[in-house]
Design a protein around this ligand. Structure first.
Ligand code: F6P
Length: 549
């Protein structure tokens, strides 16, 4: 039976009808409610009192969680049950940051042991490269890293790379080094990634779980050709390493199998940042120590997720209110608004994490879902977003938002005679925006403020727009790890409630298959100009003719 037919779901649907009549501006002054609607773990403070909800809503959501057997599903995730049923795989990204004395077994093998063996290999390799023991073909130190990968083999590592780039310790550790990402098959991306780099000092890391992804393999060949053009054929093994689960193809590509860092089929691409996928490029750039702290932060959030009571469990709360907003209040989108420029790639990472995971049309058992699962995730750092799409958030469509802010800046700055520090200036906006969205401004308030009556309709803010506020101490490797794990688990919680498989991504395949047919046609038409276009509808045929002419 679908969860949507359960009594718990129906009760929530009825409750949503009542809640729609409530106004956040009336709910927010209630101190007891404010006290009830906050939670904290290890410095991560969540205020969810601006959700269109009352403590009763949480009780009903917790009943829904019990009905959906959330606890059993989280336990199954933890111990490695093959919950990715379509691919018959365990889902164990938390094992990637488990402490060495933890034990998680899959088919009789302790995966934590394997994880730590790879971490040690990454650390040794990184120390050799950074220490000048592992040199390029001409004897120069390898100070530039080009990470070639796409999707989960790119977005998570890039978000973390950017998050750490302005952390003072990480910045010092990366002095004199360059880290670039090459993801898009668009040749412009290759031009940008390689611009100004000296091949003699460049190490390429090919990151691909399958080692068959078309874009990554073509880009890997582009970089291999670039290296060989400058350094000769033998340079490949010295200037290219790989992170993959496919040792055979890595070797066939011409890489030294000793310089391949493995991971496992129980790590999904978008959940792989804590594996060698993230560790190799990031530790080459920043050294291993910050990455160890990053893993510690993720582990702290994992332990909280697997152990804390659900009413105080940050990922569970975020996930339950995600379901509430999406399935019961009908909000199809969600904005991620970090007030921290270093998190400017966080939304892009969460977009893949969440939309590839939960953007599904059928349940685990293959039945069509009677509701829309998944949300449209987007975001930009504040205050930039305020000067862009916030107009729509305030007076156009309502979009639930997560505001993420920090008590201290990575880069404190004060300008003489300005009344507050630059970080306070940023945070003044951070604290104001959730209340502006929640409380809005009435016509009466506009009139009282002396706004001319013809402008009043334009200056009214409807309010009642929900948000979460997350406040952390400072963005550093540890809190970056916490944020990563918090959002990974939020995604899983929503998938568990909706009963979808959050760990496969079959929806990306059809477009890839059709692209193969187009590619064949392009190859044929380029070698035999005027060749007949076969197998395309009239609209696509016209487009192709125009492209080829
Ligand atoms: O876009 C589909 C996808 O399979 C993602 O899930 C994955 O992260 C990405 O492609 C890259 O895959 P790979 O690491 O195998 O190259």
């Amino acid at each position: 039976m679908s969860i949507a037919r359960s009594a718990a779901w129906k009760q929530l649907a009825a409750h949503a009808r009542a809640i729609r009549k409530c106004q956040l501006r009336d709910l927010l002054p209630d101190r007891a409610r404010a006290r009830a609607m906050r939670a904290e773990h290890d410095g991560v403070y969540l205020d969810y009192s601006r959700q269109l909800a009352t403590p009763e809503t949480l009780d009903l959501l917790l009943t829904l969680a019990r009905t959906a057997r959330l606890g059993e599903k989280i336990e199954a995730l933890y111990v490695g049950v093959r919950i990715n049923v379509t691919e018959d795989r365990s889902v164990l990204h938390h094992a990637l940051r488990a402490a060495e004395d933890e034990r998680i077994e899959v088919d009789g093998a302790d995966v934590v042991k394997e994880v730590h063996a790879v971490q040690r290999a990454v650390r040794r390799f990184v120390e050799r490269v950074r220490g000048g023991d592992f040199l390029g073909a001409t004897g120069k130190r390898l100070t530039n890293v080009v990470a070639i990968g796409i999707g989960g083999s790119y977005l998570g590592p890039e978000f973390v790379a950017e998050s750490l780039a302005t952390d003072p310790e990480c910045r010092a550790a990366a002095a004199g080094r360059t880290l670039r990402f090459l993801a898009n098959v668009d040749p412009i991306d290759a031009a940008r990634a390689l611009a100004g780099l000296e091949p003699e000092r460049t190490l390429a890391v090919i990151i691909s779980k399958t080692f068959t992804t078309a874009e990554t393999m073509l880009n890997a060949r582009v970089v291999r050709a670039w290296l060989q053009r400058h350094l000769g054929k033998k340079a490949t093994a010295q200037h290219m390493v790989a992170v993959s689960t496919n040792a055979g193809d890595v070797e066939q590509f011409g890489l030294d199998p000793h310089n391949m860092f493995g991971f496992w089929d129980w790590v999904g691409g978008r959940y792989s940042v804590c594996s060698a996928v993230g560790l190799v490029p990031l530790a080459l750039h920043y050294g291993f120590a910050p990455l160890a702290r990053f893993l510690d932060g993720a582990r702290s959030m994992d332990r909280h997720f697997f152990n804390a009571a659900y009413a105080r469990n940050l990922p569970v709360l975020l996930g339950l209110f995600g379901v509430w907003n999406s399935s019961f209040l009908g909000f199809p989108a969600r904005a991620l608004l970090p007030y921290c420029q270093a998190l400017h790639r966080f939304a892009a990472h969460v977009q893949q994490l969440d939309m590839e995971s939960n953007g599904k049309g059928v349940s685990l058992r293959g039945r069509k879902l009677p509701f829309a699962a998944g949300e449209i995730d987007f975001g930009e750092p504040g205050t930039n977003g305020q000067h862009s799409f916030y107009q729509l958030l305030h007076q156009g469509r309502a979009v639930p938002a997560d505001f993420i802010g920090f008590c201290r800046s990575q880069q404190p700055l004060e300008v003489e005679s300005h009344p507050v520090s630059n970080h306070d200036e940023l945070m003044a906006n951070f604290f104001a925006q959730p209340d502006a969205l929640a409380c809005g401004r009435t016509a009466e308030e506009c009139a009282a403020a002396g706004i001319p009556s013809r402008l009043i309709p334009h200056k009214v803010f409807p309010g009642n727009r929900p948000s979460n506020v997350l406040l952390l101490p400072v963005l550093d490797p540890y809190t970056t790890g916490q944020l990563l794990a918090l959002y990974e688990h939020r995604t899983a919680v929503q998938g568990f409630i909706w009963e979808v498989n959050s760990f496969d991504q079959m929806g990306v395949e059809l477009g890839k298959t059709l692209a193969l047919c187009v590619r064949e046609q392009l190859a044929r038409s380029r070698s035999e100009p005027g060749a007949r276009l076969k197998g395309f509808n009239p609209a696509t045929a016209v487009l192709l003719k125009r492209y080829l002419s």
